[in-house]
Design a protein around this ligand. Structure first.
Ligand SMILES: Nc1nc2c(c(=O)[nH]1)N[C@H]1C(S)=C(S)[C@@H](COP(=O)(O)O)O[C@H]1N2
Ligand SMILES: [Mo]
Length: 234
């Protein structure tokens, strides 16, 4: 299933011209010289933000990832202004800073990033804090049955059952590819749900809320499986 929504009006000509010129520049740039990864990610973001057609998802990225954001523009959060809020059906709601998350025990999970659009990147290292650790610290109340994730892009959301959320391969990730999660990849903090399709791994994570039932996430409202297992038999 591809990431298609009921499409908006086709964009203003200037945005379309820009996309086409960027597609050309991208191919030329890749052939001519090695690219600085972060510079390329910034270009992808810029293209995407001026891209009502969604074509920027076709731009090549050296790592094999595609830049995805359902929000046109996403604010940047520095280490100083990033906050993660934990609340809902918990005994001790709280707020973490980035330093606060870094100070907690860190777990490394190497897994696949597989999008429903057909691309996949194997063996991607993620590290950060086990979601189960944050849930335990907050103290899930007996009525708590699921977890809802919200993002500082202001649009995206995701969900897991409490059982899924407590798995040892579900992280609140601070590092991806053994470096701090870049803005393009959802930094400074994203979710990584290793056993599921990458749409479950919410980028720009800003809220974790324990709920009494699963609240379907952004793509799930468009028909995606709420349980996004890569291997349903496992
Ligand atoms: N906040 C937010 N998180 C998101 C998305 C998004 O659009 N917004 N897209 C999802 C999808 S469909 C995929 S495949 C991955 C893409 O992650 P990447 O941009 O690091 O490749 O992020 C997931 N998390
Ligand atoms: Mo995706």
């Amino acid at each position: 299933m591809t990431h298609e929504r009921p499409s908006a009006e086709s964009g203003p000509p200037i945005a379309r011209r820009m996309m086409l010129s960027m597609l050309g520049a991208g191919a030329a740039g890749l052939a001519a010289a090695p690219l600085v990864r972060d510079g390329w990610e910034r270009l992808l973001e810029t293209a995407s933000q001026n891209d009502p057609t969604g074509l920027s998802g076709l731009l090549p990225n050296p790592g094999g990832f595609r830049y995805y954001s359902v929000a046109a523009a996403v604010p940047r959060k520095s280490a100083a202004d990033y906050r993660l809020e934990i609340g809902g059906l918990v005994e001790r709601p709280g707020t973490y800073t980035l330093d606060g998350l870094r100070a907690l025990p860190q777990t490394r999970v190497v897994g696949e990033a597989r999008c429903t659009d057909g691309w996949r990147v194997p063996d991607v290292p993620f590290s950060g804090v086990l979601l189960s650790h944050l849930l335990d610290a907050a103290g899930v109340r007996p009525e708590g049955k699921a977890v809802r994730f919200t993002c500082f892009d202001g649009v995206y959301s995701e969900s897991l059952t409490l059982e899924q959320a407590r798995r040892a391969d579900v992280l609140v990730a601070l590092d991806m590819l053994d470096a701090p999660v870049t803005h393009a990849h959802g930094g400074p903090v994203r979710l990584y749900v290793a056993p599921m399709y990458f749409y479950k791994s919410a980028k720009w994570l800003s809220g974790i809320s324990v709920t009494d039932q699963v609240v379907p996430g952004y793509w799930e409202e468009y028909g995606y499986d709420v349980d996004g297992w890569l291997d349903p038999a496992a």
